[in-house]
Ligand binder design. Structure first.
Ligand code: PMP
Length: 448
């Protein structure tokens, strides 16, 4: 068979595959043939700085020799064993997880995605508590399957009605001080949005768990105020409700700590993660629970499992990924370089009237674009996003691609999250391109 041309690859892909989270018309995927470090390379040999680590997951960058070797070794040694068996890969990874996860999380269930890990968390929470409802927040994303999309506050749920609305999930306001859903000024609100969750728990009575992204990812890199997470912990403990931290995106050094919950010293009962656990070399998700939950299942049936659960080829590269992160000091690097990136992005805000807010931690930032700084009106709404309307942020991202950089755009913001191995020069290059193309948004701003 003759090798396919780039054009043929793109055409076959568009014709024979679904493009996800989009209208199918107009899907024009880039043909990616190679990747190295913080760059991806297309069919014409053109290089692009990856300023969002693909889907905020390629944390180690591409072509890490140790991770590649781990995949090959495991494939040769033992490609698969059913999950009822013990494997060295699972034992090694579990032991290593005890070193890096927040304290108290010491029983693990391995999946092949963040979505599945959240589904496991919901089932475990319901089995353990004997209660049904999950409290999730608006402006959240927890996965694409029926249960996890039903617990997702962002508008992708709307396009799936009624399937996106399984019973048993209720939504709370997000902890978003820039646009407080309760109308408070950021200072001295007394953690009103956390207190509202207590009000919900008391009035609903049947609440099994509260799920939060400790730092909200896709929906805007939203960092909660200092007192929020400790207050939420206090509320959950008081009412015997489990606290689930969805660290699928915020884990693995992304925010300058191994896990974002560490910023507030708060221990979740269940921690869910994926993405950076293998730096996206292979698909792996994790649902980690505390001892109390683990003990419950000693004499209760654990009614869950998958054929590909704890798949050896996914576990061994996770061991290699964690060891590489430790060897290269990438968590500390993310904290340090994050200060540099944050400073550069704040400079953009001084030059561009369209930048309403710059927020983030570590190498995890959002540029929130607004038409009008006084009213904070965004360039697009969630309704625009799911209606397939052309969005300004996507147009700007397209201009960046033409100039050699990929960056994630969403509704009216960018998620800037380069691989943790990014250099200062690469940060400068990426910020300079944003600087160049944000002018397009400035022109549409109301300044009077
Ligand atoms: N939770 C969060 C916070 C996420 O960011 C994502 C993916 N973007 C998921 C869950 C779902 O993970 P996956 O795509 O691996 O199923």
């Amino acid at each position: 068979m003759a090798e396919l041309t780039s054009q043929e690859v793109v055409d076959l892909t568009r014709t024979l595959n679904y493009g996800t989270w989009r209208f199918q018309k107009g899907w024009m995927p880039m043909h990616v043939v190679d990747a190295e470090g913080c760059e991806i390379i297309d069919g014409d040999g053109k290089r692009y700085l990856d300023f969002s680590s693909q889907l905020m997951c390629s944390n180690l960058g591409h072509k890490n020799a140790a991770v590649i070797a781990a995949i090959a070794e495991q494939a040769q040694q033992l490609a698969y064993a059913m999950p009822g068996y013990a494997t060295t890969a699972r034992a090694e990874l579990s032991q290593l997880l005890l070193e890096v996860l927040p304290q108290g999380l010491n029983k693990f269930f391995f999946t092949t995605s963040g979505t599945e890990a959240n589904e496991a968390a919901f089932k475990i929470a319901r089995m353990y508590t004997g209660k049904n409802k999950i409290i999730a927040r608006y402006r959240s994303y927890h996965g694409s399957t029926s249960g996890s999309i039903a617990a997702t506050g962002d508008p992708r749920r709307w396009a799936m009605e009624p399937a996106g609305k399984l019973p048993g999930v209720i939504f709370a306001p997000e902890a978003f001080c820039y646009r407080c859903p309760l109308g408070h000024a950021a200072a001295n609100c007394g953690n009103a949005c956390a207190n509202y969750i207590e009000h919900m728990i008391v009035n609903e009575s049947d609440v099994a768990a509260v799920i939060v992204e400790p730092i909200v990812g896709t929906n805007g890199v939203i960092v909660p105020p200092e007192g929020y997470m400790p207050r939420l912990r206090e509320i959950c403990t008081k009412h015997n409700v489990l606290l689930i931290a969805d660290e699928v995106m915020s884990g693995w050094g992304r925010t300058g700590k191994w896990f974002a919950m560490e910023h507030w010293g708060v221990a979740p009962d269940i921690l869910v993660t994926a993405k950076g656990i293998t730096s996206a070399y292979v698909p792996l998700g994790l649902c980690a629970t505390n001892e109390k939950i683990a003990a419950y299942f000693d004499d209760h049936y654990f009614s869950h499992g998958h054929t590909y659960e704890a798949h050896p080829i996914t576990l061994k590269p996770a061991v290699a990924t964690i060891k590489e992160m430790q060897r290269l000091g990438l968590v500390e690097r993310s904290a340090e370089l994050g200060l540099y990136l944050g400073e550069k992005l704040r400079e953009l805000q001084t030059r561009h009237v369209c930048v309403g807010e710059v927020r983030g931690k570590g190498l995890f930032w959002a540029l929130d674009l607004v038409k009008n700084r006084a009213t904070k009106e965004p360039f697009a709404t969630y309704a625009d996003k799911v209606s397939g309307k052309a969005l300004l942020v996507d147009q700007i991202a397209g201009k960046c691609v033409a100039d050699g950089m990929t960056v994630q755009s969403w509704v009216s913001h960018f998620v800037i999250a380069p691989p943790l191995i990014v250099s200062k020069e690469q940060i400068d290059f990426g910020v300079a391109l944003l600087d160049k193309h944000l002018a397009m948004a400035d022109e549409q701003c109301v300044t009077s």
